[in-house]
Ligand binder design. Structure first.
Ligand code: PLP
Length: 444
C-alpha cells in the first residue's frame, strides 16, 4: 500500500481533489476492481458505489460484454477520423441509435469525448446557428445558479458555482446566472429568468442552458410545470433551450432523458457519462431538426470545431453495446421503480430523524439534506461539516456517496447504478440511517 500511496502523492495530480489532503494523508482509496454495484480496493474492502462513481456507471461495473465490444472494434478499426467528412460504421450507427432514443425532433449528433466538451460544443453551435442567420449579436448565454456544466472554457463560465470560476481565473464575457427553483418555486424562478433576459437585452441572448435535475448543485429537482414555463419563455423571446443531460441522460431519472419527466422538448441536448456507462469516454450534442436544417442550408465552408476523438469508433462501439444493455434489461423502467423505493426510504428517515430535512429523488437520482431545524431549514454551522462526516461514516461502512456543501447547505447525493436491486437499496438505506444517527449523536 505504502508504495502505491507514495507514488500517487509524487506523480498523480487528481481532478477536483485537495492536493493538500492528498499530500498529508495519501489517496483516500485505491480501487482495484468492480463488479455490479460494488467496487473493491487494493486491501480487498468492498464498497457499494452509490454514486455510480461519477453519476455515470449506469449498467454497473465489470460487464464483460462491453470489454468484448471494445476488443472486437479495436481489432477491426480501433480508430479512424471523422474530420473532413470521413466516416465509419460505429459512428453512424451510434448517431442513429441516439437519435432514435431522443425526443422525436432531435435527430443529429455532434460527438465529443465528455460532458465539458459537449457543453462547450453546444455553446459554439448556438453561436454558429445565430451567426449564419445574420444574428451575431445573440451571443449571451443564461444558465442557473448552482448549475454544473463542466470545466472547459465555456462550460466553466456556464457553471453557476463560483468556486469553479476562481480556478479558471477568468470567465468568458456574456454568461450570466438566474435563480433556479431551489428553495423557491416556479413562479419566482420564471420571473427571475424573465428579468435576467430583459436586463441582458432579449435580442442579445442566444440560449438558456439548464440541467433537468441540477446534479452537482445538490440534486435539485424542479417542480412540475417549471420546464414547460421555461420552454414558453424561451419561445417568447426566440431563445434556444439547451438541456444538459450529462447526468440525467440514458435512464438515470427513470426516463430515457431527464427532460421527458416534464414533457418538454429542448432545442439541443448535451450528453456524456451514461451513454457508455464510463467504459469509454464519449459525449455529444443532439440538435433539433430545425437547427440542423439551418446548418444544412446556411453553414458554408468548414465547421471549425472538432475533437480528435469526436465519434471515436471504439468508444462508439462500447456506447452501442451499453445502450443495448440499458434497453434489453429494461433499466429505464427499473430505475423508475427502484427510485420510488429509494424515495420512500428517504421519507421514512425524514419522519424518524429530526436532522433530516428535504429528501428527494427522481429515478435513481436522489438527495437527503441535513439541517439543524427541519421546520425552518436552518443550516448547521459550516465548521461542523455535517454532510462530510456522514459521507465518512458511510465510507467506513463501505458505501460511497457524495456530499455537496456549497453555500453551507449539507446535502448527501445518491446515484447508484441502474441495476441496483431492492435488497441493495435496503442495505444502502440501513447504512445511511446508521451513519446519520452516528453523526447526530456526536453533535450533542
Ligand atoms: N454537465 C453536467 C450536468 C455534469 O454533471 C458534468 C460532470 O459531472 C459535466 C457537464 C461535465 O462532464 P465531464 O466531466 O465529462 O467533462
Amino acid at each position: 500500500m505504502n508504495e502505491w500511496c507514495e507514488l500517487d502523492k509524487k506523480h498523480f495530480i487528481h481532478p477536483t481533489s485537495s492536493i493538500q489532503q492528498q499530500q498529508e494523508k495519501g489517496p483516500k482509496v485505491i480501487m482495484e476492481s468492480g463488479e455490479g454495484i460494488y467496487l473493491k480496493d487494493i486491501h480487498g474492502k468492498t464498497y457499494m458505489d452509490a454514486m455510480s462513481s461519477l453519476w455515470n456507471v449506469h449498467i454497473g461495473h465489470g460487464r464483460e460484454e462491453l470489454a468484448i465490444a471494445a476488443a472486437e472494434q479495436m481489432k477491426t478499426l480501433a480508430f479512424s477520423s471523422a474530420f473532413s467528412t470521413f466516416s465509419h460504421k460505429p459512428g453512424i450507427k451510434l448517431a442513429e441509435k441516439i437519435a432514435s432514443l431522443a425526443p422525436e425532433n432531435l435527430n443529429a449528433v455532434f460527438f465529443t469525448s465528455g460532458g465539458s466538451e459537449s457543453n462547450d460544443t453546444a455553446i459554439k453551435l448556438v453561436h454558429h446557428y445565430w451567426r449564419i442567420q445574420n444574428r451575431p449579436n445573440r451571443r449571451k448565454i443564461i444558465a442557473l445558479k448552482r448549475s454544473y456544466h463542466g470545466v472547459a472554457a465555456a462550460s466553466t463560465s456556464a457553471t453557476g458555482i463560483p468556486e469553479f470560476w476562481d480556478m479558471a481565473g477568468t470567465t468568458i464575457e456574456g454568461f450570466s446566472h438566474a435563480a433556479s427553483t431551489y428553495r423557491s418555486n416556479t413562479e419566482s424562478a420564471i420571473s427571475a429568468l424573465r428579468e435576467k433576459i430583459e436586463a441582458e437585452g432579449p435580442e442579445t441572448v442566444g440560449a438558456f442552458i439548464a440541467e433537468p435535475v441540477q446534479g452537482a448543485g445538490g440534486v435539485l429537482i424542479p417542480p412540475e410545470g417549471y420546464f414547460k414555463e421555461i420552454r414558453n419563455l424561451c419561445d417568447e423571446y426566440g431563445i434556444l433551450f439547451v438541456a444538459d443531460e450529462v447526468i440525467t441522460g440514458f435512464g438515470r431519472t427513470g426516463r430515457m432523458f431527464g427532460i421527458e419527466n416534464w414533457n418538454t422538448v429542448p432545442d439541443m441536448i448535451t450528453f456524456a457519462k451514461g451513454v457508455t456507462s464510463g467504459y469509454a469516454p464519449l459525449g455529444g450534442v443532439l440538435v433539433s431538426d430545425a437547427i440542423h436544417e439551418v446548418f444544412k442550408l446556411k453553414s458554408k465552408g468548414t465547421l471549425f470545431h472538432g475533437f480528435t476523438y469526436s465519434g471515436h469508433p471504439t468508444a462508439a462501439a462500447v456506447a452501442l453495446k451499453n445502450l443495448d444493455i440499458i434497453e434489453s434489461e429494461g433499466l429505464v423502467d427499473h430505475s423508475h421503480r427502484m427510485g420510488k423505493k429509494l424515495l420512500k426510504g428517504f421519507k421514512k428517515l425524514k419522519d424518524e430523524i429530526n436532522i433530516v430535512g428535504d429528501v428527494r429523488a427522481v429515478g435513481l437520482l436522489g438527495a437527503v439534506e441535513l439541517v439543524k431545524n427541519s421546520e425552518t431549514n436552518e443550516k448547521f454551522p459550516q465548521d461542523l461539516k455535517v454532510a462530510p462526516r456522514v459521507i465518512e461514516a458511510l465510507h467506513e461502512r463501505g458505501v460511497i456517496c457524495r456530499a455537496v456543501t456549497y453555500e453551507g447547505i449539507d446535502i448527501i447525493c445518491f446515484a447508484p447504478p441502474l441495476i441496483i436491486n431492492e435488497g441493495q437499496i435496503d442495505e444502502l438505506l440501513t447504512k445511511l440511517e446508521e451513519s446519520i444517527l452516528e453523526v447526530k449523536n456526536d453533535l450533542v
